[in-house]
Design a protein around this ligand. Structure first.
Ligand code: PEP
Length: 247
């Protein structure tokens, strides 16, 4: 089965009602490759606004979700609340949540289980720090992150993997095509050995880390790069070029 190209936009904690409406209008008016699946993740406060204004065919993602059904969890949002609002995706395990908010592999795995079992698809992020890479530990770190989440996933059709080297996020320092392809191939190899041949063949593996309108086409040509998770550039008109990168 061919893997459909996938582009996610992670707005992080950016935007206003006005600017986010502008991004939505730009996407609604643009000619987007029908062979690319597009999902955008605004801050929680704007999820409903985006869902209301965005054209059908583009999905909306939360940037996080909690792993309890409901109750006294101040500041959190549940899987069923996302579904109730027409939000069918969430990002989980983003390195900013792992490093700044202290989310462990175990917490990310539990949230991934809760989301997928509750019917929400997950853009699950992994990636190494500069220190890990310089110590030659990139693959070891990614495999540890995969090993924590994998037993919690019953339905891999509900998961796309985003490989995001921490040193490339928001730094303007994009991984080389070879560096990205090497890790993507290693992730696929791990899935084949530890989950199944089918899951390895069908799971989309996205690259994230300073992707922009200029570098996206070259990255998109690689065999194991099935799309992108885009931060900064998802707020700009060039996001459309990234969506159309595999054309
Ligand atoms: C991200 O936050 O997921 C990301 C990839 O950010 P940027 O594209 O800005 O590096």
């Amino acid at each position: 089965m061919a893997r459909k190209f996938f582009v996610g936009g992670n707005f992080k904690m950016n935007g206003t009602i006005e600017s986010i409406k502008g991004i939505v209008k730009n996407l609604n008016d643009a000619k987007l490759d029908p062979n690319t699946e597009v999902v955008i993740a605004p801050p929680a406060l704007y999820l409903l606004l985006v869902r209301e204004h965005l054209k059908n065919g583009i999905e909306v993602a939360a940037q996080n979700v909690f792993d309890k059904p409901n109750g006294a969890f101040t500041g959190e949002i549940s899987v069923s609340q996302l579904k109730d609002s027409g939000i069918n995706w969430t990002i989980l395990g983003h390195s900013e949540r792992r490093t700044i908010l202290g989310e462990s592999d175990k917490v990310v795995a539990s949230k991934t289980k809760f989301a997928t079992e509750g019917g929400i698809s997950v853009i699950w992020c992994c990636g190494e720090s500069l220190e890990d890479r310089e110590a030659g530990k990139t693959i070891e770190v990614i495999e540890k992150q995969l090993a924590a989440v994998s037993p919690k996933i019953g339905d891999w059709k509900k998961v796309v993997i985003a490989y995001e080297p921490i040193w490339a996020i928001g730094t303007g320092k994009v991984a080389t095509v070879q560096q990205a392809q090497e890790v993507h191939a290693a992730i696929r190899k791990w899935l084949k050995a530890n989950v199944s041949e089918t899951v390895a063949a069908e799971t989309r593996i996205l690259y994230g880390g300073s992707v922009n309108g200029k570098n996206c086409k070259e990255l998109a040509k690689e065999e194991d790069i099935d799309g992108f998770l885009v931060g900064g550039a998802s707020l700009k008109p060039e996001f459309v070029d990234i969506i159309n990168a595999s054309q």
